[in-house]
Design a protein around this ligand. Structure first.
Ligand SMILES: *Cc1c(COP(=O)(O)O)cnc(C)c1O
Length: 353
């Protein structure tokens, strides 16, 4: 069997959720959109079911998958509904919805509903992507309330730069949100992972941690005590020696500058490992750090075993996980851990904890 796998540590997931809930106070929706950032939404939701106050996904179909798997906790649709007929399903499956623009209010006003909805009204406090403008918040709230179809309205906003502790943008967003909502009752929800870890002023009734659950700290620094959840792993499936001056792999990007022992690893960009990473990107072989050399291929990549004489056929290779932070690989790829984790595919998923 091909040794490539994503080993998912559900005990680490629970640890990270509890850390977020403790750091934030109040309640926390575990964000499991995009298949739990690539970790497997059903398995992750089951692992958190005894702990989490609820879950958040992007849209209806993601929530239905969780309901079909027996998840009974509240589930919030972060993009809300795209058409009025989805409100029937929302009600049938007892889901919560974000409302972020006028058309979604109109859908609620005109829908024939059996009972009241639980709505999270999104305020645009400066990200300028989704949500009601501050001066439209009162009117939108009143329309929802007047519709007679809404039981509770939670007020929420989303940060553009919570992962940058030294810029003022997040403090400005908090102030703008507070001003825009000052006359309105109801629970508040501001903090994503960056807000939970870096912005105590954003801690209100509900947190919405996503990436931190999976152990990738969005803040610069020490990791905040989070535990990595995914180990992306494979094995050495072949070896060879190349002489000084000999090329390796597509495009001959790497040329040996010394006699080099090359390990061939069953992992490629079709598995979600990023093709763009340069020579020197860290990998761990049997727990010891070495470097990627040569271009990443579709199914394989190559690593330098010259300084690891004990490594050989069958040695375990970690692309990211406990030894190699996924943030480090993301940096080498010029992207963020979110994207790398969401992109993992084709490998076997194994769950522990
Ligand atoms: C995805 C998302 C989150 C989670 O963000 P992280 O940065 O992963 O913690 C929270 N709130 C909303 C509205 C989101 O779309």
């Amino acid at each position: 069997m091909r040794p490539a796998r994503a080993l998912i540590d559900l005990a680490a997931l629970r640890h990270n959720y509890q850390l977020a809930r403790t750091r934030h106070g109040g309640r926390a929706l575990a964000v499991v959109k995009a298949n739990a950032y690539g970790h497997g939404a059903v398995r992750c939701a089951h692992a958190l079911a005894g702990l989490a106050d609820g879950f958040a996904v992007a849209f209806l179909e993601e929530a239905l998958e969780l309901r079909a798997a027996g998840i009974r906790q509240p589930i919030l649709l972060l993009e809300g509904v795209f058409a009025a007929d989805e409100l029937v399903e929302v009600q049938r499956h007892d889901l919560w919805i974000v409302v972020h623009h006028d058309d979604q209010i109109r859908m609620i006003e005109t829908a024939a509903l059996r009972g009241p909805l639980n709505v999270w009204m999104k305020v645009n406090s400066g990200m300028n992507r989704a949500g009601f403008a501050p001066d439209a918040v009162d009117a939108a709230w009143r329309r929802l309330d007047d519709s007679g179809k809404v039981a509770a309205i939670t007020l929420m906003t989303h940060f553009a730069r919570a992962d940058e502790p030294h810029v003022i943008a997040t403090a400005e967003q908090i102030a703008r949100f507070d001003t825009a909502t000052r006359h309105l009752p109801g629970a508040r929800s501001l903090a994503n992972s960056g807000g939970v870890l870096g912005w105590p002023a954003a801690h209100r009734d509900w947190a919405r941690p996503g990436i931190l659950l999976y152990g990738a700290d969005p803040m610069p620094g020490d990791g905040n005590g989070l535990q990595p959840v995914m180990g992306l792993e494979s094995g050495i499936i072949a070896m060879r020696e190349i002489e000084t001056g000999e090329p390796l792999g597509y495009g001959a990007r790497f040329v040996a500058d010394r006699p080099t022992r090359v390990g061939l690893v069953a992992m490629g960009y079709a598995d979600g490992y990023p093709r763009v990473v340069p020579d020197g990107t860290p990998v761990a072989v049997d727990g010891l750090r070495t470097r990627l050399i040569g271009r990443v291929s579709m199914d394989m990549l190559t690593v330098d075993l010259t300084d690891l004489p004990a490594a050989g056929l069958g040695s375990r290779v970690e692309l990211w996980g406990r030894n190699i932070p996924v943030n480090r690989v993301a940096e080498a790829a010029g992207t963020i851990a979110y994207e790398l984790l969401c992109n993992v595919k084709r490998v076997r998923f194994e769950y522990v904890g």
